[in-house]
Write a protein that binds this ligand. Structure first.
Ligand code: ATP
Ligand code: SF4
Length: 328
C-alpha cells in the first residue's frame, strides 16, 4: 500500500452564507500518496481552484470551508488537520512542506526586482542561511528547473513566459517541500511549452521525491503526466482512476466527454467532439445526477436520484448509475 501524505475527507466549500450561499465543492474525498502526481481535471467552474484554496486555507472571502478535514502526514509519522491547526503552525507548513503555485502566479513576479532578489527573498523568509549560501541556492534552483544560472540577474520581462513559469517552480521548490500544488500554471503558454514545463516538473518529482497535485482543464496533459486523475463536475469528484485506465476506459460519460474535448498529445488521434451544453448554475442545481441535462446516456433514474462516488465491481471509483458501486 502506498504511503499517504495528504487526505481530503468530506470537504465542503461554500461561497457566501445563508440562503444566498452556493456550494462550490461538495463532499470531496481525495488521497495524495508519496511521490505521486495526482491530476485534477474539469471544465471551468467545476471547483478545482476552490478545492485547492479550500484545502490549504487560502480561500478568499466570501469562500468558507463548511466542513470536512484535510489530514497531512508529517515525516515523523504524526498527522495534523490543516483545517484546524493554528495559523502560525499552518504558515510554517506552507512553502517548507506544502508549496502552492496558484493561477496567475506567473504575473506575481515583481517586475522591478531581479530574479535573484526574488528567489533569495523566499529563502531569507524561511531559512537561517547566510547571504552567500542563499545566492548559491538560488543559482542551483534555476539550474534545476532548466534555466542557465547566468539568467539569475535578469528582470522578469527579460524572460519568456515559459522561463517565468520555471522561476515560479524554482520558488515553489526552494525549501524542498513534500507536496507541490499547481493550479493551471501553464494555460497562458502554448501547448509545446506547457508540455516541456510539465516534463521538467515530473522529472524533478522523480529526482526529489515530492508529490504533486496538478490542476488543469486540459485532460490530455494529465493523461500524459499524472499517475492518477480525479475528474470534477459541479463541485464533486465524479470519477477517480489511474491515468491509463481513465484514458483507455473512462467510465463516467463526463470523463469521456472531456477526453474527447482535447487532442491527444501522444498515441492515436481521436475525433474531437466536446460536451454539449454548459455546467449547471450552482444556485439551481438539477435534481439527481448533476450531469443528467447534458448526458447522452441519461436514464430515468438519473434525473431523480443522485449517484454517489463509490467502488464499482471492477474496483473503479465512479459516481454514475451506469456503474453500480458499493459505498464506504
Ligand atoms: P477555472 O478552471 O475557471 O479556474 P475551477 O474549476 O477552478 O474553474 P472555481 O474557480 O473553483 O472553478 O469555481 C467553482 C465555482 O465557484 C464556480 O461556479 C464559480 O462561479 C464559483 N465561485 C468562484 N468564486 C466565487 C465567488 N467569489 N463568489 C461566488 N461564487 C464563486
Ligand atoms: Fe449520465 Fe446518468 Fe451517469 Fe449521470 S448518472 S452521468 S446522467 S448516465
Amino acid at each position: 500500500m502506498k504511503e499517504r501524505i495528504l487526505e481530503v475527507r468530506g470537504l465542503n466549500v461554500d461561497y457566501g452564507m445563508g440562503p444566498e450561499s452556493v456550494r462550490a465543492v461538495r463532499d470531496v474525498d481525495l488521497t495524495l500518496h508519496r511521490g505521486e502526481v495526482l491530476g485534477l481535471a474539469g471544465e471551468s467552474g467545476s471547483g478545482k481552484s476552490t478545492l485547492a484554496y479550500g484545502m490549504t486555507r487560502l480561500l478568499p472571502p466570501p469562500g468558507i470551508v463548511a466542513g470536512g478535514e484535510v489530514i497531512y502526514h508529517l515525516d515523523d509519522g504524526t498527522t495534523v488537520d490543516l483545517l484546524r491547526i493554528r495559523d502560525a503552525d499552518l504558515r510554517r507548513l506552507r512553502w517548507s512542506e506544502i508549496a502552492i503555485v496558484f493561477q496567475g502566479a506567473i504575473n506575481s513576479l515583481n517586475p522591478v526586482q531581479r530574479i535573484s532578489t526574488q528567489l533569495v527573498d523566499v529563502l531569507k523568509a524561511h531559512s537561517a542561511s547566510t547571504p552567500r549560501a542563499r545566492l548559491d541556492r538560488a543559482r542551483e534552483l534555476l539550474t534545476l528547473v532548466g534555466i542557465a544560472s547566468d539568467r539569475l540577474n535578469s528582470y522578469p520581462h527579460q524572460l519568456s513566459g515559459g522561463m517565468r513559469q520555471r522561476v515560479m517552480i524554482a520558488m515553489a521548490l526552494a525549501l524542498e517541500p513534500r507536496v507541490v500544488i499547481m493550479d493551471e500554471p501553464t494555460t497562458a503558454l502554448d501547448v509545446v511549452v506547457q508540455r516541456q514545463i510539465l516534463r521538467t516538473l515530473v522529472d524533478l518529482r522523480e529526482r526529489l521525491g515530492f508529490s504533486v497535485v496538478f490542476i488543469t482543464h486540459d485532460l490530455s496533459l494529465l493523461v500524459e503526466f499524472s499517475d492518477r486523475i480525479a475528474i470534477m463536475y459541479a463541485g464533486q469528484v465524479v470519477e477517480e482512476a489511474a491515468s491509463a485506465d481513465l484514458y483507455r476506459t473512462p467510465l463516467h460519460p463526463y470523463s469521456d466527454g472531456l477526453l474527447q474535448s482535447f487532442p491527444a498529445l501522444k498515441g492515436p488521434k481521436r475525433e474531437l467532439s466536446g460536451i454539449a451544453g454548459s455546467p449547471p448554475d450552482l444556485r439551481m442545481m438539477p435534481s439527481g445526477c448533476p450531469f443528467h441535462p447534458r448526458c447522452a446516456r441519461a436514464m430515468d433514474v438519473c434525473g431523480q436520484q443522485t449517484p454517489v462516488l463509490g467502488q464499482s465491481r471492477a474496483g473503479r471509483s465512479v459516481a454514475c448509475w451506469l456503474h453500480p458501486v458499493s459505498v464506504g
